[in-house]
Design a binder for this molecule. Structure first.
Ligand code: ADP
Ligand code: NI
Length: 215
């Protein structure tokens, strides 16, 4: 029988290949690979980091009427049905419950080193070239403008305010994406974030130059 990580990967792949809500299988696959790399570098338990990455988006509150308890519950059911040990289930469910970004002014600490690795991996896939693409893909899906020069970015001070925001996609850079580099948990995450962060800065500078027809 394939090992637990491979069995969970196969089930998540089957579920997410047919999803088009922005959390496609390839996002999960990249986060899985990044989490494995970071866990190796940081000396974290690889099985917990890999499983955490595989199930981290299993049920996002954005697509379940804001309910953030569904993800941890579905992760628990999946891991239980695959016979995962209780301590592994507890550690992974805790990662799913605490991983999300909740606004510029809201701390989102992870309780374990493995959780820190998975959160860094997920946030690395939200920045850089892929992050830019995902931001506008999500914005299109949610009916947002690319940019609204009349609307200033908001540094949300509560998860509720962040969840309720309907801003233009370019504001998302100031409200989340540019802030992620400083919020990396691990040295490996910080190192990997640097070139991605610079690429986004260059992109926004060029975007605004073209928008204002000055570049
Ligand atoms: P992740 O899967 O990395 O935890 P999310 O579930 O929060 O990220 O969002 C999925 C993608 O959509 C991410 O790349 C994120 O930055 C982007 N996104 C989330 N909210 C917005 C928004 N209000 N405007 C534009 N992009 C967004
Ligand atoms: Ni994710």
């Amino acid at each position: 029988m394939p090992d637990l990580v491979d069995r969970v990967a196969a089930r998540i792949k089957a579920q997410f290949l047919t999803e088009s809500s922005g959390h496609d299988w390839y996002h999960i696959q990249r986060v899985w690979q990044l989490a494995r790399q970071i866990a190796e570098q940081e000396g974290a338990r690889r099985d917990i980091a890999e499983l955490g990455a595989l199930v981290h988006d299993i049920a996002d509150w954005k697509f379940h009427d804001g309910d953030d308890r569904i993800g941890p519950r579905q992760a628990e059911q999946l891991l239980t049905s695959e016979g995962a040990p209780a301590e592994v289930i507890a550690a992974v469910v805790d990662i799913v419950a605490t991983i999300s970004y909740k606004g510029a002014g809201v701390a989102t600490p992870m309780r374990t080193l493995e959780g820190q690795c998975v959160q860094d991996a997920d946030r690395l896939d939200a920045i850089g070239a892929i992050g830019i693409a995902r931001c506008f893909a999500y914005g299109g899906h949610a009916g947002r403008l690319m940019h609204d020069p009349e609307q200033a970015p908001e540094l949300h001070q509560s998860a509720a305010a962040y969840k309720a925001s309907k801003g233009a996609s370019l504001n998302h850079f100031y409200e989340k994406l540019f802030l992620l580099k400083e919020r990396m948990n691990t040295a490996t995450g910080r190192r990997l974030a640097e070139p991605r962060h610079r690429f986004m800065e260059d992109f926004v500078q060029q975007f605004l130059a073209e928008w204002n027809v000055t570049g």
